[in-house]
Design a protein around this ligand. Sequence first.
Ligand code: ADP
Ligand code: MG
Length: 585
Amino acid sequence: MQGKIIKVSGALVVADNMVGAKLFDVCLVSDKKLVGEIIEIHGSKASIEVYENTDGLKLGDVVENTQKPLSIKLGPGLIGNVLDGIGRSLKNIYESVGDRIKTGVDAQTLNEEKKWKFTPLKKLNDEVCEGQVLGSVLESQIITHKILVPQGVFGKITQIKRGEFNINDVVVKIKTKNQFVNVCLSSFWPIRIKRPIKKKIEVSQPITTGQRVIDTFFPLARGGVAAIPGPFGSGKTVVQHQLAKWCDADVVVYVGCGERGNEMTDVLNEFPTLIDPKTNRPLMEKTILVANTSDMPVAAREASIYTGITIAEYYRDMGYNVIVMADSTSRWAEALREMSGRLEEIPGEEGYPAYLGSRLASFYERAGNVLTLGGENASVSCVGAVSPQGGDLSEPVSQATLRIVKVFWGLSSSLAYKRHFPAIDWLISYSSYVPNLKGFYQNNLSYDFLERKNYVMKILQEEKELDDVVSLMGFDVLGDKDKTTLLIAQIIREDYLHQNAFDETDTFSSLKKQDKMLKCICEFAKLAYMAVESGKVYEQILSIPSRSLIGKMKYIKEDELEKIDTIISQISSDFLSLNSKEEEE
Ligand code: ADP
Ligand code: MG
């Protein structure tokens, strides 16, 4: 018996005659075979969220239930690909029908014909367990794609091949207690279900991003979760792009959901021209793009972040550190709200459904530092942009996000307005991972890196208080020490926190460079305060010649970092001569 459409309302289709249907079954709607998912069932009637344009659907059109959950095919060929919200390759669609994409095009996620060279790592008669590596395929020059024993499979290898295969060819046969399992280069996974792991492990390493304000002050851990809330134009997208380009994750999954199409076009044009600093290979050799821009069907937006995180978990299971970026989760939540409205559910705050928080959590909770089924330490980190109307963080999506994430990079429109980029407001941002990363800093950076970071942050907080005084009574009422504090705070803001994403050198600072730059600024601060203490006046501090060199540090290249040491010595000798000058007089 086939279902029949009895109602069409935007992306929502209601069909009758859907006996035996289950929640989240995938259906093919009308003879165009539009992909949809059952999101509500009443008796024999099912409400279906259709992931494509529903124009032209008629009452009485047939609906076929595939009885399977929405799944994505995972295998070699994901890297470098551009997928839509439900995992169909836009590259493949483009190659088959050109740029005027019609609905119901049955495009695959992966190229089904392409041959990949499979190199076995196990041999005949080996006993294997779930999650273990059976062999590998060189997917790109950066990523070795590992073919794993499927979940729940324990047994003995009865056949293992070597050579060139397409993704559907069987390469390994395993005999378990009660059956034979065929393993090919690809497999399916339902996107709404997290892939299993052995256990979660406490995070202990940072993801370095090359962005000073992030790495030094509000670091993200491997396996951590972060949010970037900010009003329009405050720099959310640029921060996400910077992370995608420069962070030291092995694999990057970038989900563009609901933002303008031209931003995704920028990504598509720019990323293939970029070089990964860690491997010196094209960035796309470690990147996967999932695109559901504002001009694409709204329903698929809801699925897009699950598609993205499923791919991330898949590479994590091979032992990689993966980062997923979603721009923007607010647009995603709006898609959720729209469907909830069409279902006539009882609306919660601002019309969002009551399950907004739990849906968001079901995305972020798939992040983590883990021990994989195969016994490897690997991670998925998540970064979501949030774009609240007018930057008002009291709205439901921001609030729900803030309850989940451990890192908060709060963008401020006043900083963006002053062209201070990245406009991450140091007075409201936080990272709860700093205590976890202490050991890492102690082993890899100067022993007093954390102390310096706290010292500098205190100066910035003092600046805030002094600013209030200055705006009431003017700069001149301040004493020399407070004036010096304002000078140092200005140096911290302009020469450290400010970072130009579009400058060839400044766009990325290694941790080592950050460590040295911070040391330099702290040296200056310490000597300046000492000078004031010993009776020097603000104007004398201002006249220190090497002060201008501090502003040049960000443009020092990674292979010339000893130049920062030279600046530090210069600062010391300038203060020394300031003191001795006084003595002469
Ligand atoms: P949002 O996504 O929050 O709407 P964008 O990320 O598109 O904002 O940023 C808006 C503009 O701000 C950018 O086009 C760019 O000119 C400027 N900008 C943002 N971040 C930086 C940065 N780190 N360095 C230089 N310019 C920046
Ligand atoms: Mg944006």
